[in-house]
Write a protein of this length. Structure first.
Length: 338
């Protein structure tokens, strides 16, 4: 399991969907990994096969806790995933999958996230599965591939899915649309209280966890906690009734890790009881339906031969003020519909 990464697929290696499905259902990590490679593929035939596998796995999915973990580079995400993931496996008897979303990840270079070399214990644990971010070339986008991977991991019996992303941009919205719980990792006393984390990301957090508490004196950590609590108070209350928590931990020294799980369980209990857990999952499914349709329609439009031919000239006319962007768009859409 240690070195299973993005297994290259040769055409003759492709098997029927049922082969992958049976393997995944049996908890075979190598086959799970191959199926994820299929769904990340840029080739349409691989993707069609992946879709068949996803459909077969769907009835066996949904039974995990999906947790998003974000924070700026260096804050300690990998270290936390290592200690938290090990805690879940060793103390809570869980099977943990770690996925990542890094929209900037390059096709060849892999990802800075979900990096198994930084997760030494987890990467050799039979109850863990670590998968770096899909490449930015994945059909339908990086986030969609991760969303689909969740289904396959759940069918393979993973009951906690940790989704790591770097806390600086659009990818958090994507992660938020696929997780049940959102954890934001921060530092105490790193100057600017918000540390480049956008307000929108703070607003999504179910817990703000101040990491590296071992490195700071207690007063500083306490002050940072208070500051974050104050900042959270400025946001409108969550519709699911959850009041975001602020805690501290040391991912490196395994301090405060159990507390994180306790909070996640409390959140799960509350949201299950008041129905918002399942409502959120349904809303997310609807979101992905609409996302996928709009991506596909857009791609159909831009791949259309007539549009490809007309677009450069019409773009030029728009730039030069010969025609308004709206009329130009309508003209192209009319051509597309013909
Ligand atoms: P990421 O980029 O957010 O994934 O951050 P890493 O997990 O790679 O951590 C960045 C650096 O911070 C590494 O050198 C870690 O050893 C260190 N680090 C992570 N967590 C802690 C912590 O709780 N305490 C201290 N003192 N250092 C930590």
């Amino acid at each position: 399991m240690k070195h299973i990464n993005k297994i290259k697929l040769k055409k003759q290696e492709l098997k029927p969907a049922s082969y992958y499905f049976e393997g995944i259902k049996g908890g075979n990590i190598t086959i799970l990994s191959k199926a994820i490679t299929l769904l990340e593929s840029t080739k349409i035939e691989n993707h069609n096969l992946a879709e068949e596998i996803i459909e077969m796995c769907l009835p066996y999915s949904g039974n995990s806790l999906r947790i998003g973990i974000t924070g700026v580079p260096g804050v300690g995400k990998s270290t936390l995933i290592e200690s938290f993931g090990s805690y879940l496996i060793n103390e809570q008897n869980k099977k943990v999958a770690v996925l990542a979303i890094d929209p900037s990840s390059q096709k060849s270079g892999g990802s800075i996230l979900g990096d198994k070399t930084r997760m030494n214990d987890l990467s050799v644990n039979n109850n863990a599965f670590i998968r770096p971010s899909p490449s930015s070339g994945a059909l339908g986008g990086v986030a969609k591939a991760t969303r689909e991977s969740i289904i396959l991991c759940e069918a393979a019996g993973f009951d906690v899915i940790l989704i790591e992303t770097v806390g600086v941009g659009q990818s958090e919205t994507d992660v938020n649309s696929m997780v049940d719980f959102f954890l934001l990792l921060m530092l105490a006393g790193a100057g600017d209280e918000l540390q480049g984390i956008k307000r929108g990301i703070m607003e999504m957090a179910d817990v703000i966890l101040i990491n590296k508490a071992d490195n700071e004196d207690a007063t500083k950590v306490k002050l940072a906690k208070q500051n974050y609590k104050n900042a959270l108070h400025l946001f409108p209350p969550n519709s699911n009734g959850w009041i975001p928590k602020v805690e501290s931990c040391s991912a490196l020294n395994n301090i405060g890790i159990q507390k994180v799980w306790d909070i996640i369980i409390k959140h799960h209990e509350l949201t299950t009881l008041n129905g918002s857990f399942h409502k959120n999952r349904k809303d997310q499914a609807k979101f992905w339906l609409n996302e996928t349709i709009s991506d596909a329609v857009k791609s159909m439009f831009y791949q259309n031969e007539k549009i490809k031919m007309l677009l450069p000239k019409i773009e030029n006319d728009v730039i030069n003020g010969k025609i308004s962007p709206f009329k130009a768009a309508n003209l192209l859409l009319e051509e597309f519909k013909k």
